[in-house]
Design a protein around this ligand. Structure first.
Ligand SMILES: *[C@@H]1O[C@H](CO)[C@@H](O)[C@H](O)[C@H]1NC(C)=O
Ligand SMILES: *[C@@H]1O[C@H](CO)[C@@H](O)[C@H](O)[C@H]1NC(C)=O
Ligand SMILES: *[C@@H]1O[C@H](CO)[C@@H](O)[C@H](O)[C@H]1NC(C)=O
Ligand SMILES: *[C@@H]1O[C@H](CO)[C@@H](O)[C@H](O)[C@H]1NC(C)=O
Ligand SMILES: *[C@@H]1O[C@H](CO)[C@@H](O)[C@H](O)[C@H]1NC(C)=O
Ligand SMILES: *[C@@H]1O[C@H](CO)[C@@H](O)[C@H](O)[C@H]1NC(C)=O
Ligand SMILES: *[C@@H]1O[C@H](CO)[C@@H](O)[C@H](O)[C@H]1NC(C)=O
Ligand SMILES: *[C@@H]1O[C@H](CO)[C@@H](O)[C@H](O)[C@H]1NC(C)=O
Ligand SMILES: *[C@@H]1O[C@H](CO)[C@@H](O)[C@H](O)[C@H]1NC(C)=O
Ligand SMILES: *[C@@H]1O[C@H](CO)[C@@H](O)[C@H](O)[C@H]1NC(C)=O
Ligand SMILES: *[C@@H]1O[C@H](CO)[C@@H](O)[C@H](O)[C@H]1NC(C)=O
Length: 503
């Protein structure tokens, strides 16, 4: 088939710019490229040729070699080989080690999302202790994000840093939206306020420190960012109305005017909320507007990550006032989740602090299905087990099942296109071998023969999918296989020897 060629700038590990004739990966990812795997799915090799890769890591290559040698199913091995290096191979748009700045795109959207980058790098964490160059790249991602967050803590997606001299991308969906506090579109790609974006920044930071023990990422930018995060937590945990029924609004986003979401009620504030100890959000991890402000899974992630934040500050002997606040908020939020979102042992996805609750789940992580993955609770916890049963049934309005594919989707695409990501979360949340194998093959069977993980997949039509190049989904899938390599080696390996890369 024909692949459109375009000139792209590829930046070397030390910032050297290499011009190469490289295909646009969004186009590349829509047709099978290299040799097919030898299993029944015959999945193609989809890595860009070496000269076109945006970052190289020998540690990553070693993990690929180890896994592909040991995985018993050649189709699963091919999926690992394509997905594990996808972030490094395709999404590092700019990196300058001296400047300590890196710009990472999501895949087919040329912007850096705080949520996506945290997830795009999550499966490399164990390698940071053995690959110094990879660790430096992650540190540069953190520093770039610290600058964004310290300036625009309510925003989740950003433009390239000016040092890169890359042009900002015009986001048609954001052009005529009014957002307060106002933002500069040379820095901000989109300013939807999504609580989990801030959690993503903390997760990336603490994982870096945990893996390397290097506290040099805790620089002035980083402290400024952490300070703004606490300001947002304080602002967004307050009830909507004061005693005279004035709206207390620190952030509002109007929607409409060409945005994907329609105009937002109540002056761009959304639905009113009470006080519970939870922290409100305006949009979900799917970038869709929240129905109710208190998103349970984002608060669960925040509670977990604030605890980790306290741990790394204590370990580094720094920021004692932040550590104290972090622990206090972590407990307040966790108590509020257990006290106000659970009914008959079922977690609500969203609540408003005034008695209303919405039982559903959305594929995007943080989700309720992913609560064990997030580290909030044990997969054997009765509340999780009971909630999971609801989420994977018709009682979840965004669960759907067809002849060849099933899972949880969301209103972002539509109810008939579940996301493979939900099946990854399902695997992280169970120890049942049969369930794990079923979810794994639901994913593997539904790549439209392309060997990459897509955003959503129709339950009616196996060639109908969205987003050919979605780095987060690729990383999350690879992270899950590495989790199985450690937790359930006999299920996926020819042998039964547990594997943890970097050890
Ligand atoms: C990286 O940044 C340093 C310091 O600003 C600069 O001297 C160097 O030219 C940059 N390298 C590239 C390739 O842009
Ligand atoms: C990755 O390695 C290949 C050679 O194997 C090289 O051509 C390419 O420029 C390298 N990419 C980067 C970003 O250094
Ligand atoms: C994979 O890694 C494990 C330990 O990290 C090692 O014992 C094993 O020999 C490696 N296997 C292959 C095929 O590289
Ligand atoms: C920024 O906003 C101005 C005014 O709406 C618009 O003309 C311009 O294209 C936007 N630039 C980007 C990068 O979004
Ligand atoms: C929107 O938020 C700003 C603060 O960023 C606030 O001053 C303004 O009153 C809010 N507007 C509404 C309609 O709530
Ligand atoms: C911690 O203390 C510093 C210096 O006194 C202050 O600037 C910062 O706002 C405090 N942070 C928190 C989260 O209390
Ligand atoms: C909330 O939960 C905590 C621990 O789960 C409990 O100690 C506390 O009394 C509860 N608070 C309320 C108001 O129910
Ligand atoms: C989860 O609970 C089970 C027992 O129900 C225990 O064996 C396991 O270690 C726990 N896992 C975690 C991560 O706490
Ligand atoms: C995946 O496809 C194979 C045929 O290639 C089929 O045997 C298997 O049942 C399918 N698995 C799932 C979970 O759909
Ligand atoms: C299935 O989806 C593909 C891609 O969207 C479309 O071209 C095709 O017409 C669809 N087939 C049916 C039977 O609807
Ligand atoms: C795999 O190894 C573990 C620990 O060594 C053992 O408990 C388990 O029974 C083995 N499972 C199989 C299927 O061989």
């Amino acid at each position: 088939m024909k692949v459109l060629l375009q000139l792209v700038s590829v930046f070397g590990a030390l910032g050297a710019v290499v011009q190469a004739q490289c295909p646009d990966y969004t186009t590349y990812a829509q047709s099978p490229q290299g040799n097919p795997s030898s299993g029944p799915l015959a999945l193609p090799y989809m890595r860009p040729e070496p000269a076109c890769r945006t970052f190289n890591s020998s540690a990553v290559e070693q993990v690929i070699a180890n896994m592909t040698t040991r995985l018993k199913d050649p189709d699963i091995a091919r999926l690992f080989e394509n997905t594990f290096p996808n972030t490094l191979g395709t999404t590092v748009r700019y990196y300058n080690e001296t400047e300590n700045l890196a710009f990472i795109i999501t895949g087919d959207i040329t912007a850096q999302w705080l949520r996506d980058t945290a997830n795009q790098f999550a499966h490399y964490h164990t390698l940071l202790s053995i690959d110094k160059d990879l660790a430096s790249l992650v540190k540069a991602v953190i520093n770039n994000e610290a600058r964004y967050v310290s300036q625009y803590p309510y925003c989740g997606a950003f433009q390239p840093p000016p040092e890169s001299r890359l042009s900002p991308t015009v986001n048609d969906w954001a052009l005529d939206v009014t957002v307060n506090p106002p933002v500069d579109n040379q820095t901000v790609f989109e300013c939807k306020y999504e609580l989990d974006s801030l959690c993503g920044f903390i997760k990336l930071s603490r994982s870096y420190y945990q893996a390397t023990g290097d506290d040099s990422m805790m620089n002035d930018n980083w402290y400024a960012a952490i300070d703004r995060i606490f300001r947002v937590i304080n602002e967004q945990s307050q009830p909507s109305f004061d005693e005279n029924f004035n709206w207390i609004s620190y952030y509002n986003w109007t929607g409409g005017n060409g945005a994907l979401s329609p105009a937002v009620d109540n002056g761009g504030n959304g639905e009113p909320k009470g006080y519970t100890g939870l922290v409100g959000t305006h949009h979900r991890p799917s970038d869709d507007l929240s129905v109710f402000a208190f998103l349970t899974p984002a608060n669960a992630m925040l509670s977990v990550e604030l605890n980790h934040l306290a741990e790394i500050l204590d370990a580094a002997g720094q920021g004692q006032n932040i550590s104290t606040q972090a622990k206090k908020w972590s407990k307040t939020i966790s108590d509020a989740i257990w006290n106000t979102t659970l009914y008959n042992n079922i977690f609500a996805y969203e609540t408003n602090g005034l008695g209303s609750r919405y039982v559903m789940d959305d594929a995007n992580v943080p989700s309720l299905l992913a609560l064990p993955y997030l580290g909030f609770l044990n997969k054997t916890d009765p509340a999780y087990v009971a909630t999971r049963k609801v989420l994977l049934s018709r009682n979840n309005p965004y669960y759907a099942a067809g002849q060849t594919f099933s899972g949880i989707g969301g209103p972002h695409v539509d109810p008939w296109h579940p996301w493979p990501m939900s099946q990854v979360s399902a695997i992280f949340g169970t120890d049942d071998d049969a369930e794990i194998t079923k979810s794994l093959y639901l994913i593997a069977n539904n790549t439209h023969g392309l060997g990459l993980i897509h955003e959503s997949q129709s339950i009616y039509n196996s060639s109908d999918y969205t987003r050919p190049w979605f780095a987060w989904a690729n990383s999350y899938f690879a992270e899950m296989l590495l989790d199985l390599a450690q937790r359930k080696p006999y299920l996926i390996f020819k042998d039964n020897v547990s594997y943890t890369p970097g050890q």
